[in-house]
Design a protein around this ligand. Structure first.
Ligand code: FES
Length: 58
């Protein structure tokens, strides 16, 4: 597993994720980006929303 600074955790795919609410999320990609910021509209998969909400340093 690989982490990015403010973004997703990158794991080898394909994956099948069993969510607490009973949903099963599948991805056949060879590299899957898991959302760690919880802003993704496609959670638990990253949709790059973390980029839009990053704050500028002052
Ligand atoms: S880590 Fe990318 S949208 Fe959350």
């Amino acid at each position: 597993m690989e982490y990015t600074a403010d973004g997703p955790a990158l794991i080898e795919g394909p994956v099948e994720l069993h969510m607490p609410d009973g949903r099963v999320v599948r991805s056949d990609r060879f590299l899957v980006a898991l959302c760690l910021c919880r802003r993704s509209a496609n959670y638990p998969l990253c949709d790059t929303s973390h980029r839009r909400t990053r704050r500028q340093a002052t």
